[in-house]
Design a protein around this ligand. Structure first.
Ligand SMILES: Cc1cc2nc3c(=O)[nH]c(=O)nc-3n(C[C@H](O)[C@H](O)[C@H](O)COP(=O)(O)OP(=O)(O)OC[C@H]3O[C@@H](n4cnc5c(N)ncnc54)[C@H](O)[C@@H]3O)c2cc1C
Length: 319
């Protein structure tokens, strides 16, 4: 790793500038910490025109939300750089970081708020509609597509779950199993919810006049619907920096995530994580809250470390 040049030494480096990272940076900046946010600029919900379910911001555009978040950092002197942190390693009492452009940084504490990537199932035409009429979560988009005919692509580990959830928003739901077997007890709940199942292999998404019109099956038929919930998506945490530091992970049926305590502290002392890199159900409001929690925990730890060192020095003790 290169040595930092100039003033590239920070109290806290926040890796990732989505809701989690910006929120951590805001409270750390307000705590008079020297903070840098490094952000690669690919927030998970960027494909959606609107962000739902964030109290007081329901319906705002994701881009405007993050732009407002960045503006709020300015008065507190928080720096934001576009870039990608490729590695971090312990360095004295803190960490040395490498950016993809060769920049070297140091930080006493880290917040990793790098989010996750949605790996869509390989269904022709799906990716092009992602965030429009191919959706991931009924809490985020169910209201907007309520009462419309909906298809759900089954997740292998939880085949019926998403279709059962979507039945809260629409009475016209078709679950596409595409080779996945239902789990025990699923059939009776699907019947109670009025959800149809289609077992045949899925070939692609049917689109007419820039509107989703159905799910194409391998035998040439098309099952009509106006929106598709892609429950079969694999969630891949952007955890390269955390893995490199040896942080402990945990497995879920939807993917693996970094283990944290109630403040967001990972198994690596000095490294906090917040947002979607810590779990699959972290919506924007959760991510923002988790960033705040991590920020306050870091500020308290830095303060106590510094005061202890000062008290030791005053008493003539060395650390
Ligand atoms: C299509 C879609 C629509 C959604 N709609 C909603 C909604 O309406 N309401 C809602 O609450 N939730 C919604 N979500 C979920 C929402 O996207 C997440 O809850 C939210 O993005 C999590 O915030 P985060 O800060 O953890 O991660 P992100 O917002 O993904 O931000 C992570 C940031 O870190 C950056 N990054 C990653 N790795 C590095 C690195 N090594 N170095 C530097 N930067 C890095 C990324 O480029 C990105 O900018 C939606 C998700 C999808 C897929």
């Amino acid at each position: 790793m290169n040595a930092p040049t100039g003033d590239n030494n920070y109290e806290v480096v926040v890796i990732g500038g989505g809701a989690a990272g910006l929120s951590a940076a805001l409270i750390l900046g307000r705590s008079r910490r020297r903070v840098l946010v490094v952000d690669a600029g690919a927030p998970r919900n960027a494909p959606s025109a609107h962000m739902q379910g964030y109290l007081s911001r329901d319906g705002m555009s994701p881009a405007e939300f993050l732009a407002a978040g960045r503006r709020e950092l300015v008065p507190y002197g928080v720096e934001v750089r576009t870039g990608e942190v490729t590695a971090a390693e312990p360095d004295g009492d803190g960490f040395a970081l490498a950016l993809a452009d060769g920049t070297a940084l140091t930080a006493r504490r880290l917040v990793v708020a790098t989010g996750l990537v949605d790996e869509l199932p390989r269904v022709e035409g799906l990716a092009a509609r992602w965030g429009r009429d191919v959706l991931h979560c009924p809490y985020c988009h169910g209201w907007e597509v309520r009462d419309r005919p909906a298809g759900v692509l089954a997740h292998p580990a939880m085949p019926a779950h998403q279709a059962l959830m979507v039945s809260q928003w629409s009475s016209d739901v078709t679950l596409f199993l595409d080779g996945t077997a239902l789990a025990e007890g699923d059939a009776r709940l699907l019947a109670a919810a009025g959800v149809r199942t289609v077992a045949d292999p899925v070939a692609g998404i049917a689109v007419e006049d820039d509107r989703l019109t159905g799910v194409r099956l391998a035998d040439g038929r098309t099952a009509g619907c106006e929106v598709v919930f892609a429950a079969a998506t694999r969630l891949v945490a952007r955890d390269g920096v955390l893995r490199g530091l040896g942080a402990e992970l945990y497995e879920t049926p939807l993917g693996s995530f970094v283990k944290t305590d109630g403040t967001g502290l990972t198994s690596v002392p000095g490294v906090w994580a917040a947002g979607n890199v810590t779990g699959p159900n972290e919506q924007v409001v959760h991510a923002a809250a988790a960033g705040y929690r991590a920020g306050t925990a870091i500020n308290a730890e830095l303060l106590m470390d510094d005061l202890t060192a000062r008290a030791d020095a005053a008493e003539g003790r060395t650390g």
